[in-house]
Design a protein around this ligand. Sequence first.
Ligand SMILES: Nc1ncnc2c1ncn2[C@@H]1O[C@H](COP(=O)(O)OP(=O)(O)OP(=O)(O)O)[C@@H](O)[C@H]1O
Length: 473
Amino acid sequence: MKENGRILIVDDDDDILTAGKLLLKRKFSHISTCNLPEHIPAFIQNQDFDVILLDMNFGPGESTGKQGFYWLKKILAIKPESIIIMITAHGGVDVAVEAMKLGATDFIAKPWQNEKVIATLSTAIQLGQTRTEAQALRQKNNILIAASNQVNQPLLIGDSTALTEIKSLIKRSAPTEANILILGENGTGKELVAREIHQQSLRANNIFMSVDLGAISESLFESELFGHKKGAFTGAQHDRIGRLKAADGGTLFLDEIGNLPLHLQAKLLTVLEQREVTPLGENKAIPFDVRIVCATNLAKDKLQNESIFRQDLLFRLNTVEVNLPPLRERIDDIKPISEYFIQLYGKKYHKANLSISAATIKRLQQEQWLGNIRALRHAIERAVIMSDNQTLTIDDFQLTDASSAPSTNHNKEFSIDNHEDKQFFRGELNLESIEKQTIHQALKKHRYNISHSAKELGLTRAALYRRMEKHGL
Ligand SMILES: Nc1ncnc2c1ncn2[C@@H]1O[C@H](COP(=O)(O)OP(=O)(O)OP(=O)(O)O)[C@@H](O)[C@H]1O
């Protein structure tokens, strides 16, 4: 069967062209010939060739190869990705080497041996196709990265003193290569800050990759981060590139780093120090170039406890530390964030010109917001859906009892303090509602610590997030 390949032979000797065409058309699908080099530009502008076979000398008595060099450069100037094989006179190895330095892929010496010509052309065609595929993949990759970076990056809203300082810290540290550790309770905006750092960094045109370490099982940690070779373990049916390598050139956001068991912390430290990974089942290390941004909801004292977190790893990760205070400690952010989400959800639910009363904002500022901005966001969405008025009021929110709201005792026992929960415990047997209440109770019991709540519910963190979204919690 003929190989799919478009070949152009350029030679001023018609006998060579005829012999070449006869030989090659038995093996390759399309053969064109050209006996005047001046016609090359028209040929390559009108058609794509996988390989161009180009003579070094045109005209009787020529043997310097000068003309060959000239046309080689000309073709590469018009189509830099061209695969060109030079046809050289017997013994003209120096000239051939010079041509390869200028960009030729290979050479064939005259008089040629048929098998050798066919083998050289087959390899060259494959090289050309691989190059084209690689180029197409690179372009696709760039488009995907650009699209993922544009995904409506939500804004970091707020003008409290704390958030203003954080924005200034991001501005100063983002353009450096420093590793950054973001600390804060669940829902305080750690991932948003990490994305903002990436956006303002010199890596902004490359990928931002997020890995939730709390959601990866221990057994999958290495394969996920470092990659694996086919057959490295049962179920490894294909080679898989690890996240560290996949994020090459970009930013890798390691979320919930505090959940990582000590022995995996040691492995992570080693690859970060060496800046290379060895995929499972592979014996060669591959270098990677990523900027690491990490986040955790662990309190600082826990993170500094050697029995929970390796101090050498902490030292490597926290060149810059961003502390995101809980929303209840930056209540000045509640107004702008609420107004932002009212506009967002007003648009989504086709309710124009919504606003919120000053008294309601004041009341929202008294809430504990144990789920922080995520909880405020859901409360606003629900209020926008439920309200029949242009101005949202306290009645549109399901808030805790105002008299207990300003309490700063965050260790208070979990209690059944809302109407829906009370209904549940009175025995309402609707599965959806039972699921919602159970999740709500678990979240409250664990003070919106997603990892602990997920563990108690027997869910992964990702599964818990999905259900929280579904129930608007
Ligand atoms: N300052 C802010 N302005 C606007 N939206 C915010 C802000 N901070 C957080 N959010 C929103 O709150 C939600 C939670 O934010 P994010 O996921 O970044 O928090 P997190 O601290 O990483 O949470 P977790 O620890 O649970 O992973 C997101 O919808 C995010 O867009």
